[in-house]
Design a protein around this ligand. Structure first.
Ligand code: ZN
Ligand code: ZN
Length: 370
Protein backbone atom coordinates (compact mmCIF):
# COMPACT_ATOMS: atom_id res chain seq x y z
CA UNK A 1 0.00 0.00 0.00
CA UNK A 2 1.42 3.39 -1.00
CA UNK A 3 1.47 6.28 1.42
CA UNK A 4 -1.19 8.13 -0.56
CA UNK A 5 -4.93 7.95 -1.08
CA UNK A 6 -7.20 9.59 -3.62
CA UNK A 7 -10.24 11.46 -2.29
CA UNK A 8 -13.11 13.54 -3.64
CA UNK A 9 -13.06 16.75 -1.63
CA UNK A 10 -15.94 19.17 -1.23
CA UNK A 11 -14.03 22.45 -1.62
CA UNK A 12 -16.99 24.87 -1.91
CA UNK A 13 -20.82 24.64 -2.04
CA UNK A 14 -21.79 22.13 -4.77
CA UNK A 15 -18.14 21.80 -5.86
CA UNK A 16 -15.94 18.72 -5.70
CA UNK A 17 -12.27 18.26 -6.52
CA UNK A 18 -10.15 15.10 -6.65
CA UNK A 19 -7.09 15.34 -4.43
CA UNK A 20 -4.25 13.04 -3.42
CA UNK A 21 -4.00 12.84 0.37
CA UNK A 22 -1.44 11.32 2.75
CA UNK A 23 -2.23 8.09 4.51
CA UNK A 24 -1.56 8.50 8.24
CA UNK A 25 0.95 6.56 10.30
CA UNK A 26 -1.24 4.04 12.03
CA UNK A 27 -1.21 3.89 15.85
CA UNK A 28 -1.82 0.42 17.39
CA UNK A 29 -5.39 1.37 18.36
CA UNK A 30 -6.55 2.40 14.87
CA UNK A 31 -7.25 0.85 11.47
CA UNK A 32 -7.64 1.78 7.81
CA UNK A 33 -10.71 0.84 5.79
CA UNK A 34 -10.37 0.31 2.03
CA UNK A 35 -13.67 1.78 0.90
CA UNK A 36 -15.60 -0.42 -1.53
CA UNK A 37 -18.90 1.42 -1.48
CA UNK A 38 -20.06 4.74 -0.07
CA UNK A 39 -23.79 5.31 -0.40
CA UNK A 40 -25.15 8.74 -1.30
CA UNK A 41 -28.10 9.77 0.84
CA UNK A 42 -30.70 12.54 0.79
CA UNK A 43 -28.80 14.37 3.54
CA UNK A 44 -25.81 14.61 1.19
CA UNK A 45 -27.98 16.50 -1.29
CA UNK A 46 -28.86 19.24 1.20
CA UNK A 47 -25.41 19.28 2.88
CA UNK A 48 -23.60 19.56 -0.46
CA UNK A 49 -25.26 22.91 -1.20
CA UNK A 50 -24.26 24.49 2.13
CA UNK A 51 -21.15 26.65 2.70
CA UNK A 52 -18.07 24.92 4.18
CA UNK A 53 -17.98 25.08 7.97
CA UNK A 54 -14.33 24.50 8.75
CA UNK A 55 -12.64 24.08 5.38
CA UNK A 56 -12.87 21.31 2.77
CA UNK A 57 -14.09 17.86 3.71
CA UNK A 58 -14.51 14.36 2.31
CA UNK A 59 -18.22 13.51 2.25
CA UNK A 60 -19.62 9.98 2.32
CA UNK A 61 -21.18 8.64 5.53
CA UNK A 62 -22.68 5.28 4.47
CA UNK A 63 -19.54 3.21 4.14
CA UNK A 64 -18.67 -0.41 3.44
CA UNK A 65 -15.17 -1.73 2.93
CA UNK A 66 -12.41 -4.18 3.77
CA UNK A 67 -10.10 -3.66 6.73
CA UNK A 68 -6.84 -2.94 4.94
CA UNK A 69 -4.55 -2.34 7.90
CA UNK A 70 -5.41 -3.08 11.50
CA UNK A 71 -3.44 -1.96 14.54
CA UNK A 72 -2.67 -4.58 17.19
CA UNK A 73 -4.89 -3.05 19.87
CA UNK A 74 -7.69 -2.28 17.42
CA UNK A 75 -7.74 -5.96 16.39
CA UNK A 76 -7.77 -7.07 20.02
CA UNK A 77 -10.52 -4.76 21.26
CA UNK A 78 -12.74 -4.91 18.17
CA UNK A 79 -12.42 -8.62 17.39
CA UNK A 80 -11.56 -7.98 13.74
CA UNK A 81 -8.70 -8.74 11.35
CA UNK A 82 -7.33 -7.49 8.06
CA UNK A 83 -9.51 -8.55 5.13
CA UNK A 84 -12.83 -8.48 7.05
CA UNK A 85 -15.71 -6.83 5.14
CA UNK A 86 -17.31 -4.25 7.43
CA UNK A 87 -20.18 -1.80 7.48
CA UNK A 88 -19.20 1.41 9.28
CA UNK A 89 -21.73 3.61 11.09
CA UNK A 90 -21.17 7.34 10.66
CA UNK A 91 -21.26 8.09 14.39
CA UNK A 92 -18.03 8.33 16.39
CA UNK A 93 -19.35 8.11 19.96
CA UNK A 94 -17.52 8.88 23.22
CA UNK A 95 -17.87 5.20 24.13
CA UNK A 96 -18.68 5.65 27.80
CA UNK A 97 -22.02 7.49 28.12
CA UNK A 98 -25.34 5.78 28.84
CA UNK A 99 -26.54 6.18 25.24
CA UNK A 100 -23.48 4.37 23.93
CA UNK A 101 -24.00 1.45 26.28
CA UNK A 102 -27.50 1.14 24.80
CA UNK A 103 -26.23 1.22 21.23
CA UNK A 104 -27.93 4.60 20.67
CA UNK A 105 -24.81 6.34 19.39
CA UNK A 106 -26.89 8.91 17.50
CA UNK A 107 -27.82 10.46 20.87
CA UNK A 108 -24.26 10.64 22.24
CA UNK A 109 -23.12 14.24 22.80
CA UNK A 110 -19.83 13.46 21.06
CA UNK A 111 -21.70 12.87 17.77
CA UNK A 112 -23.57 16.21 17.91
CA UNK A 113 -21.75 17.67 14.91
CA UNK A 114 -24.46 20.23 14.24
CA UNK A 115 -23.87 22.08 17.53
CA UNK A 116 -20.39 20.98 18.53
CA UNK A 117 -17.61 22.01 16.14
CA UNK A 118 -15.23 19.39 17.60
CA UNK A 119 -17.64 16.48 17.11
CA UNK A 120 -16.55 14.06 14.40
CA UNK A 121 -18.97 12.28 12.13
CA UNK A 122 -17.99 10.41 9.00
CA UNK A 123 -18.92 12.45 5.95
CA UNK A 124 -19.33 15.73 7.85
CA UNK A 125 -15.87 16.46 9.25
CA UNK A 126 -13.29 18.84 7.79
CA UNK A 127 -9.87 17.62 6.67
CA UNK A 128 -8.52 20.17 9.19
CA UNK A 129 -9.23 17.53 11.85
CA UNK A 130 -6.30 15.07 11.68
CA UNK A 131 -5.81 12.67 10.04
CA UNK A 132 -8.35 14.12 7.55
CA UNK A 133 -9.75 10.83 6.21
CA UNK A 134 -13.26 11.14 7.66
CA UNK A 135 -15.35 10.41 4.58
CA UNK A 136 -16.14 7.52 2.27
CA UNK A 137 -15.70 9.31 -1.04
CA UNK A 138 -12.07 8.25 -0.86
CA UNK A 139 -9.94 5.15 -1.42
CA UNK A 140 -9.19 4.84 2.29
CA UNK A 141 -10.83 5.95 5.50
CA UNK A 142 -9.39 6.25 9.03
CA UNK A 143 -10.84 4.24 11.91
CA UNK A 144 -10.08 5.24 15.50
CA UNK A 145 -10.94 2.83 18.32
CA UNK A 146 -14.41 4.35 18.82
CA UNK A 147 -15.50 3.61 15.23
CA UNK A 148 -18.72 1.56 15.21
CA UNK A 149 -18.35 -1.45 12.93
CA UNK A 150 -20.64 -4.29 11.87
CA UNK A 151 -19.47 -7.45 10.12
CA UNK A 152 -21.20 -7.85 6.76
CA UNK A 153 -23.02 -11.22 6.71
CA UNK A 154 -21.92 -13.89 4.20
CA UNK A 155 -23.42 -13.63 0.74
CA UNK A 156 -23.91 -9.87 0.57
CA UNK A 157 -21.90 -7.90 -1.98
CA UNK A 158 -20.41 -4.61 -0.75
CA UNK A 159 -22.96 -2.74 -2.87
CA UNK A 160 -25.87 -4.60 -1.28
CA UNK A 161 -24.37 -4.11 2.17
CA UNK A 162 -24.34 -0.39 1.33
CA UNK A 163 -28.14 -0.46 1.57
CA UNK A 164 -27.69 -1.15 5.30
CA UNK A 165 -28.08 2.53 6.21
CA UNK A 166 -31.50 3.13 4.62
CA UNK A 167 -32.56 -0.40 5.66
CA UNK A 168 -31.63 0.17 9.29
CA UNK A 169 -33.44 3.51 9.19
CA UNK A 170 -36.47 1.71 7.74
CA UNK A 171 -36.41 -0.80 10.60
CA UNK A 172 -35.80 1.92 13.20
CA UNK A 173 -38.53 4.28 11.98
CA UNK A 174 -41.24 1.82 10.91
CA UNK A 175 -40.82 -1.02 13.41
CA UNK A 176 -38.97 0.24 16.48
CA UNK A 177 -40.25 3.85 16.61
CA UNK A 178 -43.53 3.47 14.69
CA UNK A 179 -44.47 0.11 16.20
CA UNK A 180 -45.53 -1.38 12.85
CA UNK A 181 -46.27 -5.07 13.23
CA UNK A 182 -48.70 -7.81 12.28
CA UNK A 183 -51.94 -6.35 10.91
CA UNK A 184 -50.77 -2.70 10.87
CA UNK A 185 -52.00 -0.19 8.33
CA UNK A 186 -49.12 2.01 7.27
CA UNK A 187 -48.75 5.19 5.23
CA UNK A 188 -45.26 5.85 3.84
CA UNK A 189 -44.85 9.22 2.16
CA UNK A 190 -41.95 9.43 -0.29
CA UNK A 191 -40.80 6.42 -2.40
CA UNK A 192 -37.04 7.05 -2.25
CA UNK A 193 -34.58 4.62 -0.66
CA UNK A 194 -35.78 5.44 2.87
CA UNK A 195 -39.45 5.05 2.00
CA UNK A 196 -38.85 1.78 0.15
CA UNK A 197 -36.83 0.41 3.08
CA UNK A 198 -39.69 1.36 5.46
CA UNK A 199 -41.94 -0.55 3.06
CA UNK A 200 -39.76 -3.69 3.12
CA UNK A 201 -39.46 -3.58 6.92
CA UNK A 202 -43.25 -3.15 7.32
CA UNK A 203 -43.98 -5.93 4.85
CA UNK A 204 -41.59 -8.28 6.63
CA UNK A 205 -43.19 -7.43 9.99
CA UNK A 206 -46.63 -8.46 8.71
CA UNK A 207 -48.33 -5.12 8.01
CA UNK A 208 -51.80 -5.65 6.55
CA UNK A 209 -51.99 -2.56 4.34
CA UNK A 210 -49.06 -0.47 3.12
CA UNK A 211 -49.70 2.72 1.15
CA UNK A 212 -46.83 4.58 -0.51
CA UNK A 213 -47.18 8.10 -1.90
CA UNK A 214 -45.04 10.08 -4.33
CA UNK A 215 -45.23 12.76 -6.99
CA UNK A 216 -45.42 12.51 -10.77
CA UNK A 217 -41.59 12.59 -10.84
CA UNK A 218 -41.67 9.32 -8.83
CA UNK A 219 -43.47 7.13 -11.41
CA UNK A 220 -40.58 4.62 -11.59
CA UNK A 221 -40.10 4.59 -7.82
CA UNK A 222 -43.80 3.98 -7.24
CA UNK A 223 -43.57 1.06 -9.68
CA UNK A 224 -40.75 -0.35 -7.56
CA UNK A 225 -42.92 0.15 -4.45
CA UNK A 226 -45.59 -1.97 -6.14
CA UNK A 227 -43.10 -4.70 -6.95
CA UNK A 228 -41.82 -4.70 -3.36
CA UNK A 229 -45.36 -5.37 -2.15
CA UNK A 230 -47.12 -2.03 -1.55
CA UNK A 231 -50.89 -2.52 -1.39
CA UNK A 232 -51.54 0.89 -2.94
CA UNK A 233 -49.40 3.63 -4.45
CA UNK A 234 -50.66 7.19 -4.82
CA UNK A 235 -49.41 10.03 -7.01
CA UNK A 236 -50.35 12.99 -4.80
CA UNK A 237 -50.28 15.34 -7.79
CA UNK A 238 -52.84 13.34 -9.75
CA UNK A 239 -55.09 11.92 -7.06
CA UNK A 240 -56.87 13.02 -3.89
CA UNK A 241 -54.46 11.24 -1.54
CA UNK A 242 -56.68 11.41 1.55
CA UNK A 243 -59.71 10.03 -0.29
CA UNK A 244 -57.62 7.13 -1.64
CA UNK A 245 -56.18 6.35 1.80
CA UNK A 246 -59.69 6.27 3.29
CA UNK A 247 -60.85 4.04 0.46
CA UNK A 248 -57.91 1.62 0.74
CA UNK A 249 -58.27 1.33 4.52
CA UNK A 250 -62.06 0.98 4.40
CA UNK A 251 -62.50 4.35 6.14
CA UNK A 252 -60.36 3.25 9.10
CA UNK A 253 -57.30 5.40 8.38
CA UNK A 254 -53.75 4.31 9.13
CA UNK A 255 -52.12 3.24 12.40
CA UNK A 256 -48.70 4.61 11.50
CA UNK A 257 -47.55 7.33 9.08
CA UNK A 258 -43.89 7.80 8.20
CA UNK A 259 -42.57 10.88 6.41
CA UNK A 260 -39.77 10.00 3.99
CA UNK A 261 -40.33 12.95 1.63
CA UNK A 262 -37.78 15.63 0.85
CA UNK A 263 -38.52 19.23 -0.06
CA UNK A 264 -42.28 18.69 0.34
CA UNK A 265 -42.77 21.36 3.04
CA UNK A 266 -45.60 20.93 5.56
CA UNK A 267 -47.99 19.03 3.28
CA UNK A 268 -46.92 15.49 4.32
CA UNK A 269 -47.43 16.29 8.02
CA UNK A 270 -50.91 17.74 7.36
CA UNK A 271 -51.88 14.72 5.23
CA UNK A 272 -50.61 12.30 7.89
CA UNK A 273 -52.71 13.94 10.64
CA UNK A 274 -55.85 13.56 8.51
CA UNK A 275 -54.98 10.05 7.29
CA UNK A 276 -54.40 8.80 10.84
CA UNK A 277 -57.01 6.48 12.40
CA UNK A 278 -59.64 7.99 14.71
CA UNK A 279 -57.52 7.63 17.88
CA UNK A 280 -53.98 6.88 19.02
CA UNK A 281 -51.99 6.54 15.83
CA UNK A 282 -48.27 7.26 15.55
CA UNK A 283 -46.62 9.73 13.21
CA UNK A 284 -42.91 9.68 12.38
CA UNK A 285 -41.88 13.09 11.06
CA UNK A 286 -38.72 14.80 9.93
CA UNK A 287 -38.25 18.54 9.58
CA UNK A 288 -35.65 19.62 7.10
CA UNK A 289 -33.36 22.35 8.36
CA UNK A 290 -35.18 24.90 10.49
CA UNK A 291 -38.40 24.71 8.57
CA UNK A 292 -41.28 26.90 9.82
CA UNK A 293 -44.71 25.40 10.37
CA UNK A 294 -47.33 28.17 10.53
CA UNK A 295 -50.76 27.21 11.89
CA UNK A 296 -49.69 23.73 12.98
CA UNK A 297 -52.98 21.91 13.76
CA UNK A 298 -51.98 20.87 17.26
CA UNK A 299 -55.63 20.83 18.39
CA UNK A 300 -56.57 18.33 15.71
CA UNK A 301 -53.53 16.22 16.56
CA UNK A 302 -54.37 16.23 20.26
CA UNK A 303 -58.03 15.35 19.70
CA UNK A 304 -56.94 12.33 17.68
CA UNK A 305 -54.47 11.35 20.42
CA UNK A 306 -51.64 11.10 17.93
CA UNK A 307 -48.12 10.31 19.13
CA UNK A 308 -45.52 12.36 17.28
CA UNK A 309 -41.97 11.01 16.93
CA UNK A 310 -38.93 12.13 14.97
CA UNK A 311 -37.03 10.08 12.42
CA UNK A 312 -33.41 10.48 13.52
CA UNK A 313 -30.96 7.83 12.33
CA UNK A 314 -30.70 4.36 13.76
CA UNK A 315 -29.54 2.30 16.73
CA UNK A 316 -26.84 -0.40 16.68
CA UNK A 317 -29.55 -3.07 16.81
CA UNK A 318 -31.40 -1.58 13.82
CA UNK A 319 -28.21 -1.88 11.75
CA UNK A 320 -27.72 -5.53 12.75
CA UNK A 321 -31.35 -6.26 11.85
CA UNK A 322 -30.94 -4.32 8.60
CA UNK A 323 -27.88 -6.31 7.52
CA UNK A 324 -29.64 -9.59 8.27
CA UNK A 325 -32.77 -8.45 6.45
CA UNK A 326 -30.65 -7.68 3.39
CA UNK A 327 -28.80 -11.00 3.63
CA UNK A 328 -32.12 -12.90 3.79
CA UNK A 329 -32.78 -11.87 0.16
CA UNK A 330 -36.52 -11.78 0.77
CA UNK A 331 -36.73 -8.73 -1.47
CA UNK A 332 -35.16 -8.15 -4.91
CA UNK A 333 -32.49 -5.61 -3.90
CA UNK A 334 -31.49 -5.05 -7.52
CA UNK A 335 -34.69 -3.01 -7.88
CA UNK A 336 -33.28 -0.35 -5.58
CA UNK A 337 -29.50 -0.45 -6.22
CA UNK A 338 -29.95 1.64 -9.36
CA UNK A 339 -26.73 3.61 -9.91
CA UNK A 340 -22.97 3.35 -9.32
CA UNK A 341 -20.35 6.01 -9.94
CA UNK A 342 -16.60 6.44 -9.53
CA UNK A 343 -14.75 9.04 -7.44
CA UNK A 344 -14.57 11.51 -10.32
CA UNK A 345 -18.39 11.45 -10.58
CA UNK A 346 -19.25 12.35 -6.98
CA UNK A 347 -20.76 15.69 -7.98
CA UNK A 348 -23.06 14.06 -10.55
CA UNK A 349 -23.94 11.23 -8.16
CA UNK A 350 -25.11 13.65 -5.45
CA UNK A 351 -27.10 15.63 -8.00
CA UNK A 352 -28.68 12.38 -9.24
CA UNK A 353 -29.97 11.61 -5.75
CA UNK A 354 -31.37 15.16 -5.71
CA UNK A 355 -33.25 14.48 -8.95
CA UNK A 356 -31.00 16.61 -11.16
CA UNK A 357 -28.58 14.11 -12.69
CA UNK A 358 -29.21 10.56 -13.85
CA UNK A 359 -32.98 9.85 -13.82
CA UNK A 360 -34.84 7.49 -11.47
CA UNK A 361 -32.09 7.14 -8.86
CA UNK A 362 -33.03 5.15 -5.77
CA UNK A 363 -29.88 3.88 -4.06
CA UNK A 364 -26.74 5.43 -5.51
CA UNK A 365 -23.28 4.06 -4.71
CA UNK A 366 -19.91 5.69 -5.02
CA UNK A 367 -17.37 2.98 -5.79
CA UNK A 368 -14.04 4.72 -5.21
CA UNK A 369 -11.98 2.13 -7.11
CA UNK A 370 -14.28 2.06 -10.15
ZN1 ZN B 1 -27.45 9.57 5.40
ZN1 ZN C 1 -21.28 8.82 24.31
Amino acid sequence: MSGKTLAALKVAPSTTELREMDLPDLPPDAALLKVEVAGVCGTDVSQYRLPLRNGPLIMGHENVGYLARVGRLFAKYKGVKEGDLMFLEHYLPCGHCEWDHMGEYRHCAATEWFYDPTAIRYGYTSIATPPSLWGGFSHYLYLPLNAVLHKVPEGLTPEQAGVATPMSNGIQWALIDGGVGYGSRVLIQGPGQQGLCCLMASKQAGAETIIVTGTSADTKRLEVANRLGADAVIDVQKEDALARIQEVTGGHGVDVAIDCTSGAGTAPTLLAIEAMKRRAGTMIVQGEGNQEFPSFPIGRMTRKGITLKSARGHSYRAVELGLHQLASRRFPLELITTHRFGLSEVDYAIKSVGGQGAPDAIHVSIMPWK
